[in-house]
Design a protein around this ligand. Structure first.
Ligand SMILES: [Zn+2]
Length: 166
C-alpha cells in the first residue's frame, strides 16, 4: 500500500493483542434488502433499471449500424428521447453504456449495481464521509443520486462505530 513497505529487512510490527482480525462487513444482508426497498419506494428519473439501460443500448447499437436504415419506429415523444440518448450517451469498447459529462465519460449504473458501488467506494477510502464518497462516485458513474449514498452510509456499521460516516 505504501512505499515504505519495500524495505525487506523490516518485519512489520504486529500488535500484541489484536481483538478481531476478521474484516468487518460494513453492511448486513438486511441493509442491502432495505436499500433495494428504498429504491423501489423512491423512483427517480436519473435511475436506470435493466429495461431502460437495454433500450438506450439498443438505440445506440442501431445508430452505429449506419449502413442500413433500421431506425426504430417511435412516437413523437419517443423520438425526442431517442435523439437525446444519441446525443448524450455512447457505448464504450466493452459496449457498456456511458454518459457524456463535460467532455468526460461516466459509466451508467443499473439500479441493482448501486449498493455495490456505494459500499465498495465508501470502504475503499476508507469509510470516508458522505460527501467524499459521493464525489468519488460522481467522477466515474452516472445514474446515482446523493440521497442514495446518504441512505446507505447512515447504515454503515463502521461509521456508527467511529462516528465519521456522515
Ligand atoms: Zn463506513
Amino acid at each position: 500500500m505504501s512505499a515504505s513497505q519495500s524495505s525487506g529487512s523490516r518485519v512489520p510490527a504486529v500488535p500484541a493483542r489484536v481483538p478481531d482480525l476478521q474484516p468487518v462487513e460494513p453492511f448486513t444482508d438486511g441493509t442491502q434488502e432495505a436499500f433495494h426497498q428504498y429504491l423501489r419506494d423512491t423512483p427517480h428519473r436519473l435511475r436506470f433499471d435493466d429495461i431502460r439501460y437495454d433500450q438506450y443500448k439498443q438505440w445506440l447499437l442501431q445508430a452505429q449500424d449506419s449502413d442500413c436504415d433500421n431506425s426504430p419506429k417511435l412516437s413523437r415523444n419517443e423520438q425526442k428521447a431517442h435523439s437525446r440518448v444519441l446525443q448524450k450517451f455512447y457505448l464504450d469498447a466493452d459496449e457498456k453504456l456511458c454518459y457524456r459529462s463535460d467532455g468526460r465519460g461516466l459509466r451508467v449504473l443499473r439500479d441493482w449495481q448501486l449498493f455495490g458501488v456505494i459500499s465498495n467506494t465508501h470502504s475503499a477510502i476508507p469509510h470516508g464521509g458522505q460527501e467524499k464518497t459521493f464525489n468519488i462516485i460522481m467522477e466515474q458513474y452516472y445514474g446515482i443520486i446523493r440521497p442514495e449514498v446518504h441512505w446507505l452510509l447512515k447504515h454503515c456499521k463502521m461509521g456508527n462505530i467511529n462516528g465519521s460516516a456522515i
